[in-house]
Design a protein around this ligand. Structure first.
Ligand code: P6P
Length: 333
């Protein structure tokens, strides 16, 4: 029987990876884990509690109808960051502008967090997996001052950590600090995330493609070519074509591809000329994880992590997953 390694133990053990770390990032990652457990509890009961299920009756800056659980999750993470003291400000999908924390206590925080509190929330009412995505940067503004927009608009290469929480058949937290990717499964009986997927690597090749094929005639014709010639033909030596799997929840599609190999495509379309997914709190964190696991993340024209953001809710096209699959798709564009 191997020893159970909790997330807390793992983080503390890995702290030695960061010679100058004085524990702030470790505490921040633990704060995220605690907030995720609380959100997981709410997600698991969403269908039972009238005050949780359904639409909030408001729309976010994206023009998307907010679900009650979107707002609950957003507030849960924000409150955790405020009391934790490691974060001087945040930006989230659910808030129009970035949020510098006002207290002197928070202004001493070294980090900013950009996050999507509940991605795929339109799936809540139909009981499909959803997820939280987060991206952590060191602030560029001076300690003790108010967080600035520049703290938020940093290239993905500057991330110190990134991860996601998947509220699926089990609740998992997967993250990287730039030294590989590790996955933890929440054991509800002890209330701890326990190491279940050490040193995750994305297979270089896979047989799963994830795309909303309803868009296939309103995007780059090369994508239709890739799907028609690579995904929907029987590869040499194989017995069947690739499998199309599209959950409609980015975190769930990404996680499956991370484990089994695969590609997720959300291209620019005539409806969403910049693509649908947000650079700062969806594409960058997953790109960091993908690359750390041996995968690739591109807009179709450039490496996601190299982009210098200009706007908080900036959208970009996303091709992310197994190295060879993404390369094949990009070659068709
Ligand atoms: P569509 C959810 O809204 C999301 O941001 C991702 O989680 C998901 O992959 C995508 O959008 C689904 O978008 O246009 O296919 O419904």
């Amino acid at each position: 029987m191997s020893k159970v390694v909790t997330l807390h133990e793992f983080i503390m053990n890995r702290q030695a990876d960061f010679p100058y770390a004085s524990g702030e990032l470790s505490r921040l990652l633990n704060d995220i884990a605690i907030a995720s457990k609380i959100v997981s509890k709410d997600v698991r009961r969403a269908g039972l509690l009238e005050n949780i299920l359904g639409a909030q009756g408001s729309t976010n800056v994206q023009g998307e109808e907010q679900q009650k659980l979107d707002v609950i999750a957003d507030n849960q993470f924000i409150n955790m960051f405020k009391v934790g003291g490691e974060v001087c400000g945040i930006a989230s999908e659910e808030n129009d502008d970035f949020m510098p924390f006002e207290s002197d206590f928070s202004r001493q925080g070294k980090y900013v967090v950009l996050f999507d509190p509940l991605d795929g929330s339109s799936n809540i009412d139909v009981n499909v997996s959803i997820g939280t995505i987060f991206s952590i940067y060191r602030r560029v503004s001076d300690l003790g001052t108010k967080a600035t927009l520049d703290d938020m608009l940093q290239a993905g290469t500057e991330q110190v950590a990134a991860g996601y929480v998947l509220y699926g058949s089990s609740t998992m937290m997967v993250y990287t600090t730039g030294k590989g990717v590790n996955g933890f499964t929440l054991d509800p009986y002890i209330g701890e995330f326990c190491l279940s997927h050490p040193d995750m690597k994305m297979p270089e090749m896979g047989r799963i493609y994830a795309m909303n094929e309803g868009n296939v005639n309103i995007c780059d014709a090369g994508i239709k070519e890739y799907i028609g010639t690579k995904c929907q033909q029987i590869p040499e030596g194989a017995k069947r074509p690739y499998s199309g799997r599209y959950i409609g929840s980015l975190v769930a599609d990404f996680h499956r591809n991370l484990i089994k190999g695969g590609i997720y495509i959300y291209p620019a379309t005539t409806v969403d000329p910049e693509g649908k997914l947000r650079l700062l709190y969806e594409c960058n964190p997953l790109a960091f994880i993908a690359e750390q696991a041996g995968g690739i993340a591109s807009t179709g024209k450039e490496r996601i992590l190299n982009i210098k953001p200009e706007r908080l809710h900036q959208r970009v096209p996303l091709f992310i997953g197994s190295k060879q699959m993404v390369e094949q798709a990009l070659a068709c564009l």
